[in-house]
Design a protein around this ligand. Sequence first.
Ligand code: CP
Length: 314
Amino acid sequence: MKKFQQKHLLGTENLSKEELLDIIETAKKFKDLINKGHDRIATLEGKIVVLMFFEPSTRTRSSFEIAAKRLGASTIDFSSIKSSATKGETLIDTAKNLEAMQPDVFVIRHSNSGTPYLLSKIQNIPIINAGDGFHEHPSQALLDLMTILEHKPHIEKQKVLIVGDIAHSRVARSNIYSLKTMGADVAVCGPATMLPPEINKLGVKVYTELDKALPNYDVVMMLRIQAERGSINNQFPSLREYSRFWGLKDKSKPLMKPDVLIMHPGPMNRGVEISQSVADSERSVILPQVTNGVAIRMSLLHKVCNGKSIEEVI
Ligand code: CP
């Protein structure tokens, strides 16, 4: 099996099935050890992880920090608001100065698509993309894939529906790439105004009516409207209309397969794209997704930082 040995993790678009599975296999080892009571698996003792978040985050930032600490690494929390970026320092100068302090990896989230790629071209330390604009969010797609595989191991027989603001969603893009690579049958659904032009070129089916799509799918992944990327203005009549036509709610339950998996990357806007009762239903794996996020991020940090073998440190 070809292991994941790339220097950076910039996206899922260029990851093979073997590389995706290798990252998930290592994440499963970490998850099992944590569940057996190993709260510290110090394969990265002495390493330093810089968390560069230029956009807000709850799940991704916290889980990278928890992952780093469980691996024995230290973290530096670079906040753009408290940094000299506010005094006009460019992103490239900021990154070069942080690199000069010789940390071991940058985890970066930025509102501009392509920022992690740009940094990977001008500096030497590994870069993990924690979400760039509406381009990619690879660690989210990996934790989503791990969660699906836990419930539906024969991924090539699964039909996955991604619903909502597809055009502005880095989660949708990374999931489409990884799920297609794994052989799943992927579809998207949303208002026509929230579907990117030429979406068909990604090899997905396209629906604009949720109720027609739901009965066919094994996994339903709901997305938030990306208001911060301008998608609240003029793209649908009102939030009430959006929820009525593209929200998952009590009335949707009888339309779905009894063993459907309901997913959401968070943060959720309850009552808009997903109702309280669906988000908290027995078919929801939204919190297990978050738990798997720590294991996936441990696996990624361990791999890009060339951690010691797990067997050596436990
Ligand atoms: N899913 C996700 O990226 O959540 P955060 O924005 O809270 O990190």
